[in-house]
Design a binder for this molecule. Structure first.
Ligand code: ZN
Length: 125
């Protein structure tokens, strides 16, 4: 939902502009101008509500890309494995200060992953 705000804003702006165009061209037809005016106003209000909805979405703060660190116990007989939030200075094969909660052996970082919730989109600002 990260880029939906921008897309909704653009769609809303285009819809509102289309409504304005309908109202404008409706004026050239005196008989049906009120019909065009009415339709144009409805389309414009839909466009503006979309535009405002998009604005709310864009104001939401982007969370930092979730990065996790995979820690495994060094004891081959122990299967303890932990995924925790990435901390500054973490790297693969770095020994961890905290001992294994299962067998008290040393533990080593076995992986650092960036968890992506959605594929990167090119129009993202
Ligand atoms: Zn262990």
């Amino acid at each position: 939902m990260r880029n939906m705000g921008i897309v909704t804003k653009i769609v809303g702006a285009v819809t509102a502009a289309a409504g304005a165009v309908v109202v404008f061209f409706g004026m050239s037809d005196p008989q049906l101008s009120w019909v065009y005016y009415f339709i144009g106003l409805i389309v414009m209000s839909i466009g503006f509500s979309l535009f405002n909805a998009g604005g709310r979405g864009a104001e939401e703060r982007k969370p930092p890309p979730p990065t996790v660190t995979e820690i495994r116990c060094d004891n081959p007989e122990c299967t303890f494995k932990e995924i925790r939030d990435f901390q500054k200075g973490d790297y693969i094969l770095k020994p961890v200060d905290v001992p294994c909660p299962k067998c008290q052996s040393t533990m080593t970082i076995h992986g650092v992953y960036v968890v992506r919730e959605e594929p990167e989109e090119k129009y993202a600002v």
